[in-house]
Design a binder for this molecule. Sequence first.
Ligand code: PLP
Length: 356
Amino acid sequence: MKRVYNFSPGPSMLALPVLEQVQKDLVSYGDTGMSVMEMSHRSKMYQAIFDEAVALLRKLMDVPDGYKVLFLQGGATQQFSAVPLNLMQHGRADYVDSGNFAHLASVEAQRYGEVRIAGTSRADGYTYVPDVDVSPEADYVHITTNNTIYGTRYTQLPDTKGVPLVADMSSNILSEVYDVARFGVIYAGAQKNIGPAGLCVLIVREDLLGRANPLCPKLLNWQVQADADSMYNTPNTFAIYVAKLGFEWLLAQGGVSAIERVNVEKAQLLYDFLDESRLFKPTAQRAFRSRMNVTFVTGDADKDAQFVKEATAAGLVNLKGHRSVGGMRASIYNAMPVEGVRALVDFMKRFEAQNA
Ligand SMILES: *Cc1c(COP(=O)(O)O)cnc(C)c1O
């Protein structure tokens, strides 16, 4: 069966060479005579895969000394609980409410302490990223670097005045160059720009370890996981292996700065068309447009549904917007080739000619 262009927000497209390598290795990895799924996580052969995955991520993101890279489970959402449990030493944190996931993170944190909203665009339908005003008393400030559902991104990181910056980077990690040293903690569910769902990558500055609430579950305690090199219990071995292949693929593309240029080009292709379209309108404010999730509407729910249906028939799938906002969303993560975006724009032009 022919592969489609999959614009799913997550789990989303993986690069074809990654899938093909998985297929090749599936029954017997190298000369081991077994699948990666069948290997002990304590075995030498698996340890080599794991170490390489960590090393590649460190290289791709240029992670400085003094930061630990952990491979955890439970997706990004588990970290909505783990962040306050690990960092709310004085029971106070700032959260920026810039989208659905940002909101969920702030609501979960309220179970563990006092949450101050340091900026919000909720009343305006999250069409932009709000200004951030950090309290110097906060144990940390939490942001979401790319708002997956509303299609907005931070174009500039907030000045946190020394308060550790914690970022949910689930939907734009590895898509643009970030200076890791600006962050106390970065975490990301893997299913958008890294690999299979369920895995969560966490990068934490070492001085932020050892602050956990005594009631923090062991598996959520970053210090415990750092001491055990992410293997306090059995990690998601297969997902980490697929992530490693994804990191190798990205490195072969020239790394993050190279893919960032491609991502800018892809987003530009779509936004340029949307800005001129007589039928489609982009929904995010121009200055905050995401390069990963492009949201748009026709203004007519029936026409939106017709568009999604016809696009699907043309091999352009998963373009329906999130149920909470409607309209359309094209998620164009690292693995989406420029050709996929061109095909989408061409299809939109044809649809517009017939329907505007
Ligand atoms: C997808 C996503 C999540 C949720 O990830 P899970 O792995 O399903 O927990 C959280 N935050 C952001 C920004 C996301 O895009």
